[in-house]
Write a protein that binds this ligand. Structure first.
Ligand code: ATP
Ligand code: MG
Length: 574
């Protein structure tokens, strides 16, 4: 199994190894083993899974792992997978979230067999509760929350029975009906399962299964003022949908006995719960509550801010569905909680974009280079291959002229050791074009270099180079008269520390103040003016970029998805 239990010291070649290992011959994970055994033994004819988000926020990369797992298993074993909105909490749920979740699941490439809402089962769940009351397995309790906490006991001490535990079935039925009818205010009564107040598992000590909440529900409106608790909704919903393998995260492991208890008492379809470890990522936070704070307090521009670990944020940042699916497959599933290095996610997107993104030239920190021996007013066009990794990628024309923009960092007044780009006396190749030699440069009063003067070698034209010269550096450029401008947003990690949720104090104290740097006026080659929001490119030598949703033909905006190399790995080694 390919889990990422230890997550330090990975490098790209190791990821690559993992990736190919996984694709070709990875062994079964523990869920696949269970499923294959269940199918072999004829326990089920086919499997049925579900992805059950609560619509109280946008989905994040952890959810993506769960989506890939649930839908992936259904695909692998030719079973089915539902999308089910677990909408039993009327206060935090919104239709906006429902829509974003459906959109994200589809974008990741999955189709649900059925779209379900737990709220569709409210009537059925109510009937199940009545059944339990009739069987003597549930009772209405008038205790306050404090009283209930006080009689709960603890791990070492058994709880004590509530004074209302011995109510008659008839009385319970009448009271529960009145609860439904709206006769009581919030918190006045609850319905509890009559399990065992001395049970070693505290969740089994007469858990609450219904509470009164006079709140408007995003789908059922004001039809209900009592709502089932998670434990009384989830397993039963699984059962109603005939889910065979109900996969959830580890924090629910102690809920499993209760899950089974309800199914057994109700005599309904025997769904089974299995747990796997939550997926976490370094340099970010993953809980929806924390992400909501970042949005509400405007630390980010919204749920889809490209720095967010949300699926919509990653999409806007330029991530592809394929890269996220590969990431989820590569980390696999684990039984122990762990945190995955974000550089693995970055590796997955680089690997994907390297194959599909067209190469283009953009200069982010420009300085002008003048080719003094190139005729004024002359223009020529070079054929530039769009993507050397893609034979069908085609080519484009790149205009060239006497004046070009290059990156300021590609020039040094005096070359330091191992600097193979431009400095007086040094030669470099201009990508797709000629070799140039630096002769001179000009500075302004502040000492800032304003122009670089070079001469070119006409016989060194790319593809037809007869100069016999070998130069060590190749740089990108954009012709001055042909250049278009664009805004470029350079994103970095949102947090300065690996696990902000684990640090002392408020996680927001660890926000990286430099997580967004805006280049207001980058120069781009003319081909890029056609870019539509969502289009992805490799800016040669600069990284992978994606046209933002804010981009218009008059004002192009690009997001940096990821650099070409893992710059943080280098940092760490220094
Ligand atoms: P959060 O804690 O981020 O609010 P949640 O568990 O409340 O998440 P749900 O909407 O209940 O979010 O989750 C839907 C499904 O996604 C559940 O099955 C849950 O176990 C799974 N899931 C949520 N977060 C992760 C994660 N980090 N890694 C793997 N699966 C996750
Ligand atoms: Mg939840």
């Amino acid at each position: 199994m390919l889990s990422n239990e230890s997550n330090t010291g990975y490098n790209a070649s190791k990821y690559s190894y993992l990736y190919h290992y996984k694709m070709e011959e990875r062994s079964l994970n523990f869920l696949e083993e269970i499923i294959e055994k269940d199918l072999a033994e004829g326990k089920y004819k086919s499997i049925y899974t579900r992805f059950p988000p609560e619509p109280n926020g946008y989905l994040h990369i952890g959810h993506a792992a769960s989506i890939c797992l649930n839908f992936g298993l259904a695909i692998k074993y030719q079973g089915k997978c539902n999308l089910r909105f677990d909408d039993t909490n009327p206060v935090t749920e919104e239709t906006e979230y429902v829509e974003s979740i459906m959109n994200d699941v589809k974008w990741l490439g999955f189709n649900w067999d059925e779209l379900r809402y737990t709220s569709d089962y409210f009537e059925q769940l109510y009937a199940y509760a009545v059944q339990l009351i009739r069987q003597g397995d549930a009772y209405v309790d008038d205790s306050t929350a404090e009283q209930m906490a006080a009689t709960k006991g603890d791990i070492n001490k058994p709880g004590t029975d509530s004074a209302w535990r011995s109510r008659s079935i008839d009385e319970n039925l009448a009271l529960f009906e009145e609860m439904r009818a709206g006769k009581y205010p919030d918190g006045a009564k609850v319905l509890r399962a009559k399990v065992d107040m001395a049970h070693p598992n505290l969740l089994m000590r007469d858990p609450i299964i219904y509470r009164i909440k006079h709140a408007h529900h995003h789908r059922t409106g004001d039809a209900w003022c009592i709502y089932p608790m998670y434990d009384f909704a989830h397993g039963q919903s699984d059962s109603i949908e005939q889910i065979t393998h109900s996969i959830c995260t580890l924090e629910f492991i102690h809920h499993r006995p209760l899950y089974d208890w309800f199914i057994q008492k109700l005599g309904i379809f025997p769904s089974h719960q299995y747990e796997f470890a939550r997926r976490n990522l370094t340099y970010t936070v993953m809980s929806k509550r924390k992400l909501l704070q970042l949005v509400n307090e405007k630390h980010v521009a919204g749920w889809d801010d490209p720095r967010m670990p949300t699926i919509s944020g990653l999409r806007r940042r330029g991530y592809t569905p394929e890269s996220i699916r590969n990431f989820a497959d590569t980390i696999g599933i684990a039984k122990r909680d762990n945190i995955t290095d974000v550089s693995l996610l970055e590796f997955c997107i680089r690997e994907n974009l390297n194959k599909v993104a067209n190469r283009v030239m953009a200069v982010l920190d420009p300085v002008k280079l003048v080719i003094t021996n190139y005729p004024e007013g002359q223009t020529e066009e070079f054929d530039a291959e769009n993507n050397p990794e893609d034979e069908q990628g085609g080519s484009r024309k790149v205009p060239f002229s006497r004046e070009i923009w290059i990156e300021r960092e590609d020039f040094q007044e005096q070359a330091t050791k191992k600097f193979f780009r431009l400095a007086p006396g040094l030669m470099v190749r201009l990508k797709y074009a000629y070799i140039v030699r630096c002769d001179d440069f000009k500075k302004d009063e502040q000492g800032v270099v304003t122009e670089i003067y070079c001469s070119y070698l006409p016989e060194s034209k790319s593809g037809n180079d007869t100069s016999g010269l070998k130069v060590k550096g190749t740089i990108h450029w954009v012709s001055v008269p042909h250049a278009q401008t664009a805004e470029v947003r350079l994103y970095d990690r949102l947090f300065r520390v690996e696990n902000p949720a684990n640090e002392d104090g408020d996680f927001k104290d660890y926000i990286n103040p430099d997580s967004l740097q805006v280049v207001a006026n980058a120069y781009i080659e003319p081909a890029l003016t056609q870019a539509q929001p969502g289009d992805r490119f490799q800016f040669l030598r600069k990284g992978y970029f994606c046209a933002d949703k804010d981009s218009t033909p008059g004002h192009l905006v690009f997001n940096r998805t990821v650099g070409l190399k893992d710059s943080w790995a280098k940092e760490a080694k220094k």
